[in-house]
Ligand binder design. Structure first.
Ligand code: AKG
Ligand code: FE2
Length: 890
């Protein structure tokens, strides 16, 4: 674009500003083409990206004041929402619906009055407390103006002279601001507690003592695809509260998708501002959002932005010291709110397009040297007592902070927690400081870790399994359970071992005969999302969120070679080449969010083929019994690849949205290879291959291998890919996305797990619907079959496991016991055990006893006398982990 274009751009903007009539004035004048400075080239094609089925959390404030338990729950919900979404909606928040209706009406009235009456307020001078404006004048190409007008009122330290407010909406604005201030008090306390701080912490900081009310008016736009109602941005403040009318159009960015924020009658929307992200040291997220323009109808909303009090805005703010530790060092330098907001605005006037959220890191990152100079690593001081705050693993405080003697150790803490929780029966607890278990006296811990006694020390207590496992043989080294959510569990093909992968970056191996932890496999730097055993049982491979794969020797728990690098984004699936095609097992295929699948040779330790062709993330992969690889993708297709050169051989199309899961009718036998649970050992790979082939042929029978796919479009398809590229059956009935599909070991059934809270059973040969299993009260994430194809296990967000009886089509057993979402389940190939893992970090192994499954282990710990050794354990890197969203958005 030449200079002429640029000067036109500016000229048009100047002319527009001169009218002092805003976007509404333009529309009233009858424009059919929008001025150039509203045109947003980057947004043209992305308007339809809303992922309607993802919902930002809606939090009910009912009981906040009257019910202590509910209050804790609300704090927790807000904490989770602020960490993962940066956005939530609130209902029963105490602001009268009439005040909300009135402010929207007042906003409309102001903007719809004759332009002569509004012009007096028209200004791009930011210092004006009350102003009517469209652009505030600092936008420069390639940024674009938003298709909306604003009337803003600044309440400095909660005060604004009512006389300054336009009379048409004076009462509404004054009343609404009072409501916002009242709600601010409540939210300031909740957010403080959600950060693990004392209730009055943010209040004392005065970081949200002023507010800026923005009454927004979005007229219909003649070219809605060329511009946006509000350009994408993050709010540079602490917190925003928004009321919107019923029109809709607000979207937030979540995992690279635009998610609609649907209007809910009576709800207020809250979102974390980027200055809050800064002071919370990235604990809370400030998320990009935008408002779509539309061709018909007017949208009205009112946003209230909270920011620091007048005498604080020039003072430095940095990450709150109480939130920092050795493991969580400051990621931002100190900066005053004025400087911060200045840099935010500068971004919008800069030549190159950069998001405002990137802006904060630019302004705020400081060198380690400077940070240290800022006094983060303070001198340790030995007092006799230390201020502590006990919290549960979710961060909910147990009582107020208190001074504890430095001589106190886990035993004393355990007594105290039992007392504070009024436990009738005394329970065992473990204690963690910054994710390290406390095994010594507090004083010694502080000394060893150079922790300042001037800070409030957060001590996390975690209940230990009531059933405490006594190892039959002594562990070679002491290991505790996972310290973050368990994301994957898989029994070995011979059923002797169990592997689990976790958000704590480790893979753990458990010995099933003694039910003891065997090895902690360390090497990944990020969450371990998937694990897969080779069907000969000789290898275990794991894939992480960082995109690398690691092979492990299950006999020693040691890595076999270096991490396998190649994928650029997280690993979504791993599948081994069937042992009846190649023994010993060497090759496996990995799928990634980067859109590629890669074939690796575990002996050569390298990638031997890259399967490229998908245009979006690959979500699942299976290596079929005929040697063909199947990949399912967010690009809605399933692709088939041959494995000598990695060529695409067929595409299976039909799904209208992402493919989430694939399953093969032969999967059980592919997974177990030669192991038929007669415990037979094989002397040679050739023998293994021969037996595996026999078993495969028997399962497959004369028909072709069948494939089932489950999708975000709520449907499933049954395919016979070797016969036709057209689906055999379309399987409809789920009311929400299908997350996991699985053939029974005998291939006779297909089970599907859906976010509609049901599990459905289908005929595995025809694809016809058979039954729906209802009982879960949350989305069902994963399912697994018993070896005899008679029982089905499901794990859900509702924290339960359920076992369904295929013959009676009824619930056979309900297994509560997890304290949070269950992400992963597996049934051992010999049918005797089931394992589950979830957000509560607990790995459960359940065994059948007289027809019922019973918990054999929860959080596995070792004998006390071995705990001494723990200190020698290597330090584990802590990766912040909030919600495992991979199920919702891969
Ligand atoms: O109007 C809306 O819904 C959002 C407005 C907004 O994000 C803002 O003004 O910062
Ligand atoms: Fe905003």
């Amino acid at each position: 674009m030449g200079n002429d274009g640029d000067s036109d751009w500016e000229k048009e903007m100047e002319e527009f500003e001169m009218t002092k009539a805003g976007v509404k004035g333009l529309v009233d004048s009858g424009v059919v083409k929008i001025p150039r400075f509203f045109i947003n080239p980057s947004e043209k094609s992305s308007n339809n990206g809303g992922v309607v089925r993802l919902q930002i959390p809606v939090i009910d404030f009912q009981g906040l004041e009257s019910n202590v338990t509910r209050r804790m729950e609300i704090i927790n919900e807000i904490r989770k929402a602020s960490e993962t979404w940066g956005f939530f909606q609130m209902v029963n928040h105490g602001v009268p619906i009439s005040a909300m209706d009135d402010i929207l009406q007042g906003t409309r009235r102001f903007h719809e009055q004759p332009k002569e009456l509004k012009m007096d307020y028209y200004s791009t001078d930011q210092r004006r407390q009350v102003k009517f404006y469209t652009t505030l004048g600092f936008i420069r190409k390639p940024h674009a103006a938003s298709w909306r007008d604003a009337l803003s009122c600044t309440f400095t330290d909660d005060i604004l002279d009512p006389a300054a407010i336009p009379p048409v909406c004076r009462n509404e604005i004054t009343t609404y601001a009072k409501c916002m201030i009242e709600l601010r008090e409540t939210l300031s306390e909740i957010l403080s507690e959600a950060l693990g701080l004392s209730r009055d912490f943010l209040g004392q900081m005065q970081c949200m003592k002023s507010e800026y009310l923005s009454c927004l008016y979005y007229p219909a736009c003649p070219e809605p695809d060329k511009t946006l109602g509000t350009e994408k941005h993050t709010d540079p403040t602490i917190l925003t509260l928004l009321v919107q009318d019923g029109t809709g159009g607000l979207q937030i960015r979540h995992d690279n998708y635009w998610v609609d924020v649907p209007p809910i009658q009576g709800a207020l929307i809250a979102n974390i501002g980027s200055f809050m992200q800064l002071i919370s040291n990235d604990k809370f997220k400030s998320v990009e959002h935008r408002v779509l323009a539309r061709s018909v109808g007017t949208r009205v909303s009112t946003a209230c932005f909270f920011f620091p009090s007048a005498d604080q805005i020039q003072k430095p703010y940095g990450p709150i010291k109480e939130l920092l530790s050795k493991e969580n060092p400051p990621v931002y330098r100190e900066v005053s709110y004025l400087e911060f907001i200045g840099s935010h605005q500068k971004k919008l006037s800069e030549e190159t397009q950069s998001t405002v959220s990137k802006g904060i890191s630019k302004v705020s990152l400081k060198s380690t040297m400077e940070v240290e100079a800022a006094g983060v690593e303070e001198e340790r001081e030995m007092n006799n007592s230390v201020m502590c705050q006990l919290t549960d693993p979710e961060g909910t405080p147990l009582g107020p902070s208190m001074y504890l003697p430095q001589s106190a150790g886990p035993k004393e803490l355990q007594q105290m927690v039992n007392k504070l929780l009024n436990n009738e029966e005394k329970l065992p607890y473990a204690f963690f400081i910054s994710n390290h278990e406390l095994v010594v006296q507090l004083g010694l811990y502080l000394q060893n870790n150079k922790v300042s006694v001037e800070k409030v020390l957060t001590i996390v207590y975690q209940a230990q399994a009531v059933f405490r496992i006594r190892p039959v043989t002594r562990c070679s080294s002491t290991i505790t359970g996972h310290t973050e959510a368990v994301l994957s569990v898989a029994f070995s093909p011979d059923g002797r071992q169990l592997a689990s992968g976790s958000g704590d970056t480790t893979v753990r191996l458990w010995d099933l005969s003694t039910q003891t932890p065997l090895f902690t496999c360390k090497g990944h730097k990020n969450w371990v999302l998937c694990i897969a055993w080779s069907p000969d049982g000789k290898h275990l491979v794991s894939g992480s969120k960082a995109g690398e794969l690691q092979c492990w020797d299950p006999q020693t728990g040691k890595p076999s070679g270096n991490p396998l690098i190649g994928h650029k984004k997280w690993i979504t699936g791993i599948s081994w080449e069937p042992v009846h095609l190649n023994a010993p097992c060497r090759r496996f295929v990995s799928a990634s969010k980067d859109g590629d699948a890669r074939i690796w040779d575990a002996s050569l330790r390298k990638c031997v083929m890259c399967l490229t062709g998908h245009t979006l993330a690959i979500t699942c992969v299976k290596w079929g019994g005929d040697g063909v690889i199947y990949t399912g993708s967010q690009d809605c297709t399933i692709k088939m690849w041959e494995t000598s050169q990695g060529k695409l051989i067929r595409e299976l199309k039909g799904h209208g949205h992402w493919v989430n899961s694939l399953a093969l009718s032969t999967e059980y036998v592919l997974r177990t290879g030669a192991y038929d649970h007669t415990c037979k050992q094989y002397s040679s790979p050739e023998e293994m291959k021969k037996v595996a082939l026999e078993r495969y042929k028997k399962t497959k029978g004369n028909g072709p291998e069948r494939l089932v796919s489950g999708s975000d479009d709520f449907t499933m398809f049954l395919w016979e890919p070797s016969v036709s590229k057209h689906p055999k059956t379309r399987m409809t009935g789920h009311q929400q996305l299908v997350n996991h599909v699985y053939f029974s070991p005998d291939g006779q059934w297909i089970a599907s797990a859906s976010f509609d809270k049901s599990v459905k059973l289908w005929n595995g040969i025809t694809g016809k619907f058979v039954a729906a299993f209802r009982g879960h009260v949350g989305p069902v994430y994963q399912i697994s079959w018993s070896a005899d194809s008679r029982l089905l296990l499901s794990g859900s967000k509702d924290s339960t496991l359920k076992i369904w009886d295929i013959r009676t089509q009824k619930l056979k057993q309900d297994l509560p016991g997890h304290a949070d979402e269950v992400f992963a389940v597996d049934w051992s190939p010999d049918g005797e055990k089931v394992a589950s893992g979830g957000r509560d970090r607990v790995l459960k192994i359940l065994s059948e006893f007289q027809g019922k499954f019973r918990g054999k282990s929860c959080l596995v710990t070792c004998d006390e006398e071995e705990e001494e050794e723990e200190e020698e354990e290597e330090e584990e890197e802590f990766i912040g982990f909030s919600t495992f969203s991979a199920y919702a958005v891969v």
